[in-house]
Design a binder for this molecule. Sequence first.
Ligand code: ADP
Ligand code: AMP
Length: 217
Amino acid sequence: MDLILLGPPGAGKGTQATTIAAKYGLIQLSTGEMLRAAAAAGTEVGRQAKAIMDKGELVPDEVVIRIISERIDQPDCKGGVIFDGFPRTLAQASALDKLLRDKKRKLDAVIELRVDDTKLVERIVGRFTCAKCGAGYHDRFKRPKVRGVCDVCQGTEFTRRPDDNAETVTRRLMVYYRETAPLTGYYYCKGNLRAVDGMAAIEQVGQEIGAVLDAVK
Ligand code: ADP
Ligand code: AMP
């Protein structure tokens, strides 16, 4: 099963992708995570991407398409993937269509998480992750069970993304509406768009996505 989680920054794509990946045995392909890993590793691509990401702009299509195309060829992706944060432009969507066609794969569903803008800002500025295992949290909506200790790996250090500040979020939202929002029309016309209410609590959103996936499986 191959699927896309579509939605603005902060909609809950990463949060839901992690749960779905574990439940359905899929690999989560987050281009944002891959670019942050490249930046942390100090590669040329990573350094160039970091400057763009810090401004809240999009990394060039050819860069992310290449990253996805190389990653999906790895054996662990054979059983199915969740695209999280990719595609983000019509050019990326069309490149993904070709890529999947060439590899004799097909998209089973495109799930759009719908969340109000005001909520997005609140979610993004409160987001933090475990520095050791990357598990995601929120100051108000998803606190670790024991304060200061990661639920997953018991790590005690947490980080916040440099682009998760109120100023960059506004830029990222504008970029989303200009470049990525048209993809809902693109996938609606292809017949595989499913909208889910992303305003609900994390577990409830997960259940709704689960219902969609059980129907398309
Ligand atoms: P995205 O990957 O779409 O940018 P995330 O999954 O990282 O978004 O979620 C952004 C923040 O909002 C995280 O801190 C996460 O814990 C929190 N969050 C995700 N889904 C919900 C939800 N349904 N209700 C409240 N907070 C949520
Ligand atoms: P995310 O982790 O999905 O919030 O992405 C963080 C940042 O990485 C974005 O603001 C972009 O600068 C960059 N990025 C991630 N995915 C893509 C993509 N598919 N196309 C272009 N830029 C991307």
